[in-house]
Design a protein. Structure first.
Length: 237
């Protein structure tokens, strides 16, 4: 089975997926129908499947950081709604500069604003910038490494660089239906010619989420997958 979902965590930013290109007239996807079908299939206990979202490098800003970079009274403007309800890729982008004085430009800001400033990188991004950031959940900035944000109106430096923990978004109901109650981490198998197994994948459980595993671009490249491909949960760590 090969499920395809257009809304994703990284559309237009990973530059890996031809599925992000505009479709010719008459080729549009009925997004609601696709999501309904995905939910129907992944909520069948066996096999336990989740769609993949490839998360390209991006950043989160708090209100103060946003105003420093984009000016007083600045707001994030929606560029594209993301797969998780309420989340969006903003029109606003920044540059980030590492200790080697190398910069990565046009790093997408994801909204809405949060209570912290954070940059999520793949390992190859970090090496280019001269960093070795820790693997952390979003919002956990313990031992995060310093980067300088540069925007059109200003700049600032913060301990903000992490590599995101592999994780799966689920609701409490999904957890019960999939038989994952009491389990914090699972392994996830990626089928296919470049198939592999990712261990230590954390379950992020909250109401109102859609089932989806988030992989960074390094992990996605290793498994030769793109947004909308399917992973299979295996209850082992």
């Amino acid at each position: 089975m090969n499920l395809t979902i257009k809304p994703s965590s990284a559309c237009d930013d990973c530059s890996l997926c031809s599925r992000c290109e505009p479709r010719a007239p008459g080729g549009a996807i009925d997004i609601e129908a696709v999501v309904d079908e995905v939910l129907r299939q992944i909520r069948t206990p066996s096999p336990t499947q989740v769609p993949i979202g490839v998360s390209a490098r991006h950043c989160h800003l708090n209100d103060e950081g946003l105003e420093t970079l984009f000016g007083r009274g600045a707001n994030l403007n929606v560029y594209r709604e993301l797969y998780q309800p309420g989340a969006f890729a903003a029109e606003e982008v920044v540059s980030v500069v590492g200790p080697r004085l190398r910069a990565i430009e046009r790093v997408r800001v994801l909204g809405p604003t949060r209570g912290y400033n954070q940059v999520e990188l793949a390992r190859t991004d970090a090496i280019y910038l001269g960093l070795d950031p820790p693997v952390r959940d979003s919002g956990d900035l313990s031992d995060a490494q310093p980067l300088t944000f540069v925007g059109p109106k200003g700049s600032f430096t913060a301990d903000c660089a992490i590599r995101a923990t592999r994780h799966i978004h689920l609701t409490p109901e999904d957890v019960r239906r999939l038989g994952l109650t009491g389990i914090e981490r699972v392994s996830v198998r990626i089928p296919g010619e470049k198939g592999l197994v990712f261990h230590n994948v954390r379950l992020k459980i909250a109401d109102g989420q859609l089932p989806e595993i988030h992989l960074d671009t390094d992990d996605a490249n290793a498994a030769a997958v793109a947004c909308g491909d399917v992973a299979i949960i295996e209850v082992r760590t």
